[in-house]
Design a protein around this ligand. Structure first.
Ligand SMILES: Cc1ncc(COP(=O)(O)O)c(C=O)c1O
Length: 377
């Protein structure tokens, strides 16, 4: 995306606007497949639920991880909407419902699709048996999330020591435990988490086999880090480690899938906003823009992710603060950005903002979420 393109899109569509480049989506998907050729990527729709993104990844060969019935239907309808011949009848190939806790209404609605769903405790298993008896189940393990930007292990995953009993419980109820899954935490730059998680999963699979139940699917979850800064080691280095551990620990015929979210979409989007106010507070220049932490920059709050702002204007950079448009004091985009002196009506932009950003935007203060513009669809 060139500066010229961004400025012209902002002029044509107004701001705030988020520009999604589908060439980058396809490039990210191709990089994932290049380095993990034996892993089927189930794009985690929660990272960015734009239907056009689902269509682009589907055409590239991806499958999908969904967290709710609306996400399931979004994927299902967009797959169904594609030309005949490209449709899939066997839904597990294309969708995993990977939210371990599901309301009974969701399970009831899912059952007719004979879905693949995750669980991590006995109460969930009872619910699945009662309301979605045609589901295949995948047990989510708790694994180390050390150093990941978003930690998930305090909320999800069974204790590895309970895993084989939970797999057996599924078989005893007449359900089929098809697989194991884990999540090492989002934006996982500590690759050791993957190594340890694979080790834990392999031990559970071995014990389950020795007790008569062979597990066919290994779901290595999400967490693959986006290159937000130069400290993030390349994806190829992580993939090398994962491939080596998989070769070492698992049978050749194991089916491996992953649920990458951030890695596939983060770098594909840039947001553009307009400076709508300026002031000097305690000697520091402060700018107010027509986006906010309740909108495109929601990832600052929910995702613990910091975004940097850039200006199209040249000039000596100085430390400044950038605030959002709402009346809330929490709405601070950054207290320490380096920008040249800006004028009201100037445009500013923020790169790598495709994951967990517009996906969690609200209508707070009556401001609608930013417009979305798709490039190279
Ligand atoms: C079950 C599950 N799978 C996949 C993901 C995607 O993770 P990431 O965006 O870190 O790849 C998440 C994120 O929260 C998740 O909860």
């Amino acid at each position: 995306m060139t500066n010229k393109q961004l400025q012209s899109i902002a002029r044509e569509h107004g701001t705030p606007v988020v520009v999604i480049d589908h060439d980058i989506l396809r490039r990210n998907y191709a990089e994932f497949k290049k380095h993990l050729p034996n892993v089927q990527a189930y794009f985690a729709v929660k990272a960015n639920a734009e239907p056009a993104i689902v269509r682009t990844f589907y055409k590239a060969g991806a499958s999908f991880d969904v967290a709710s019935m609306p996400e399931f239907m979004l994927v299902y309808e967009n797959i169904k909407g594609l030309p005949a011949g490209e449709q899939q009848d066997f839904i597990w190939d294309k969708i995993i419902y990977a939210n371990p806790t599901k309301p009974k209404e969701t399970l009831r609605a899912l059952d007719r699709y004979k879905p693949l769903v995750t669980y991590d405790n006995p109460a969930e298993l009872e619910k699945i048996k009662r309301y979605a008896p045609h589901a295949g189940v995948v047990l989510r393990l708790r694994v180390p999330n050390t150093g990941s930007m978003v930690e998930l292990s305090s909320k999800f995953g069974c204790d590895p020591g309970d895993a084989v009993d939970l797999l057996n419980a599924a078989f005893d109820m007449g359900l089929v435990a098809e697989g194991l899954s884990f999540h090492v935490g989002s934006q996982c730059t500590n690759f050791q988490n993957f190594v340890q998680a694979l080790d834990i999963a392999a031990a559970v699979m071995r014990e389950s086999k020795s007790r008569g139940h062979e597990i066919k699917i290994l779901d290595i979850g999400g967490g693959f880090p986006a290159p937000y800064n130069k400290h993030v080691k390349p994806f190829s280095a992580l993939a090398r480690k994962i491939n080596a551990e998989i070769d070492r620990l698992f049978p050749k015929d194991i089916q491996i899938l992953a649920e990458p979210g951030r890695f596939l979409v983060a770098t594909a989007a840039t947001s553009v906003a307009t400076v709508i106010g300026k002031a000097v507070r305690d000697g520091k220049p402060c700018y107010y823009i027509d986006d906010s932490v309740y909108h495109t920059f929601s990832g600052i709050i929910f995702d613990h992710c910091q975004y940097h702002l850039k200006s199209f204007r040249k000039g000596k950079a100085e430390i400044c603060a950038v605030f959002g448009q709402t009346c809330d004091a929490l709405d601070k985009i950054s207290l320490s950005e380096e920008l040249p002196e800006l004028q009201i009506e100037d445009l500013v932009y923020s790169e790598n903002i495709g994951a967990y950003s517009s996906a969690s935007a609200t209508w707070f203060n009556g401001f609608p979420p930013a417009k979305i513009v798709h490039l190279n669809e």
